[in-house]
Design a protein around this ligand. Structure first.
Ligand code: AMP
Length: 295
């Protein structure tokens, strides 16, 4: 075959949209071909965790859309919105390699047209874990995910188990708002030493990076004790908190929560599913991690 007759494989082409209009047009093209859409929302600075979500979306659907948007509505006034890593060109190149069909990378004005937003109130699912320590965080996430679901109308959306409270709250939103999207939870991707991958890990100093896997190790230790029969893990957890603090962590929370209600439990029972979860600061960097436990 001569070189001229080789056409690019449509699966290898990536469309980058920065406006809602462009996105809608690109989606119309996908839908015209009767293709299903998988959606992976991100804030960029993509790492292997994000690419594992993209792989799952590719396996489950015909066309994959990745959004890259550092969503101002989910950052508190003293949080890291300004310093959050932004590397759009690198992310777009990596999405192309990963076989993504559309990257949607809007700027703030494309998603929010003035400084006051409507909000979505969250009841008890927000009372503990990250919801308790980051006021407005999940409301900000629901606002943007709601907009993106309405725009894209994906068949499947993939989220990481690392942000497990986010998944549970989004599942509830999908149920109550009838989004009709299948929500898929993807396993946590980790560095070799166990640290959960995160765009924020780049904030860690070399020393902090060495200490950082301690959070996962504490979770693993507590998990093992629970599996071997400890059904009232309070003291065990307090001890692990002390150990982590001695290593330089400042604990936000470390506890066992029910999977369904996300509320803390003191006595664990058989045939239940729990989330053993922790959030802790190393310097200014907030790390989160969790392990699902089924007894
Ligand atoms: P972010 O860009 O941090 O907002 O994350 C976008 C998506 O990637 C969310 O669904 C996260 O839960 C997911 N994610 C982040 N880190 C990981 C990880 N280490 N493993 C799997 N998924 C992750």
């Amino acid at each position: 075959m001569s070189k001229d007759t080789v056409f690019p494989d449509p699966a290898d082409t990536l469309t980058v949209c920065t406006s809602v209009d462009e996105l809608k047009k690109a989606i119309r093209n996908i839908r015209a071909g009767n293709q299903t859409i998988g959606f992976v929302p991100t804030m960029g600075a993509l790492h292997e965790g994000h690419f594992s979500l993209i792989d799952i979306a590719k396996q489950k659907t015909d066309a994959v859309i990745v959004s890259i948007f550092v969503n101002p509505a989910q950052f508190g006034p003293n949080e890291d919105f300004d310093s959050y890593p932004r590397q759009l060109q690198e992310d777009v190149d990596a999405c192309k390699k990963a076989g993504v069909d559309i990257v949607f990378a809007p700027d703030r004005d494309e998603m929010y047209d003035d400084s006051t937003y409507l909000s979505i109130k969250i009841d008890t699912l927000n009372d503990y874990m990250c919801g308790a320590s980051r006021p407005g965080f999940f409301e900000g996430i629901l606002l943007i995910v709601n907009k993106l679901f309405n725009l894209i109308e994906p068949d499947v959306a993939v989220f990481g188990q690392k942000d497990i409270q986010q998944i549970q709250i989004i599942r509830q939103m999908v149920k109550e708002f009838n989004h009709g999207v299948e929500i898929v939870a993807a396993p946590i991707q980790r560095a070799n030493d166990g640290l959960a991958l995160s765009s924020r890990n780049t904030y860690l100093t070399r020393d902090q990076r060495t200490v950082a896997p301690g959070l996962f190790r504490s979770l693993q230790y507590i998990e093992q004790q629970i599996i071997s029969g400890v059904n009232e893990p309070k003291l065990l957890i307090e001890h692990q908190k002390d150990e982590l603090e001695a290593k330089g962590f400042e604990i936000d929370y470390l506890n066992v929560f029910t999977e369904k209600t996300l509320s803390p439990v003191t006595t664990l029972s058989k045939d239940e599913r729990y989330i053993l979860a922790g959030a802790a600061y190393l310097g200014k960097t907030r790390l989160i991690d969790n392990i699902l436990i089924e007894l």
